[in-house]
Design a protein around this ligand. Structure first.
Ligand SMILES: [Zn+2]
Length: 228
């Protein structure tokens, strides 16, 4: 039996909250599409809107053309979803279940990140630029499972306990965080790092690391400023 939460049945305060989240989610859908982090109808975004529900992009829709009708409410503690929800709703739900601090999830398919996700050598050197040191604390590699499947959701849920940036083998990436801004920023940074990795490998350029002492010093400064 498919589950469908009717927004109209929510009390007025709940409807206002959903409206506010829809506006924000649409803004980020346009942004990730314009940045080329999703292509065609690929990729999906969601935001936790209450302790037991999240708003997610609909299946089969370009993120460049998302309207209010293309954003669907799903329950976190229910085993079925509105049939209009992204086919990856289980993956999003697994993260919200595993990490109470996750407020937004972004499943992307940017070109350079996807090259690394498909590469035999998935090693990415993070300590080459300060942004990667700051935003990509750990990148977890999730072995290949079919898109939209229960198995993939299980592995992503387990991986989310170890890292907030996940590279899905032969598929793409997932990032999440305490806000939609941070979830997207992690994917933007990952894509930039993967671009540097792919281009430097192709050009045969060996990348230099920031000295470890400087890395620790940089992270300490960010913590003091409240940046990480
Ligand atoms: Zn996918």
């Amino acid at each position: 039996m498919s589950y469908k939460l009717k927004v109209k049945s929510l009390p007025a305060s709940g409807r206002l909250r959903v409206k506010k989240y829809k506006k924000l989610l649409k803004k980020y859908c346009t942004q990730v599409f314009d940045l080329g982090l999703v292509t065609g109808k690929s990729g999906n975004l969601s935001m936790r809107i209450s302790p037991d529900s999240f708003l997610i992009t609909a299946t089969g829709k370009s993120k460049g053309e998302i309207t209010d009708r293309d954003l669907v409410v799903c329950k976190i503690n229910t085993d079925s979803a509105d049939k209009r929800a992204s086919s990856e709703w289980r993956l999003h739900r697994a993260i919200y279940r595993a990490r109470k601090d996750a407020k937004a999830v972004f499943h992307s398919q940017p070109p350079f990140t996807t090259i690394i996700a498909c590469a035999k050598n998935k090693k990415i050197k993070k300590d080459i630029i300060p942004e990667a040191v700051a935003y990509l604390k750990k990148i977890e590699i999730i072995p290949y499972c079919h898109a939209g499947g229960i198995e993939l959701a299980k592995k992503v849920g387990a991986g989310a306990l170890r890292a907030d940036v996940l590279l899905l083998e032969n598929h793409g990436a997932v990032s999440f965080g305490p806000s939609i801004d941070e979830a997207v920023l992690k994917s933007v940074t990952l894509e930039f790092l993967c671009k540097l990795t792919v281009l430097s490998r192709a050009a045969g350029i060996e990348l230099n690391s920031i000295p470890q002492k400087m890395t620790y010093d940089f992270l300490r400064q960010l913590r003091v400023k409240g940046g990480v």
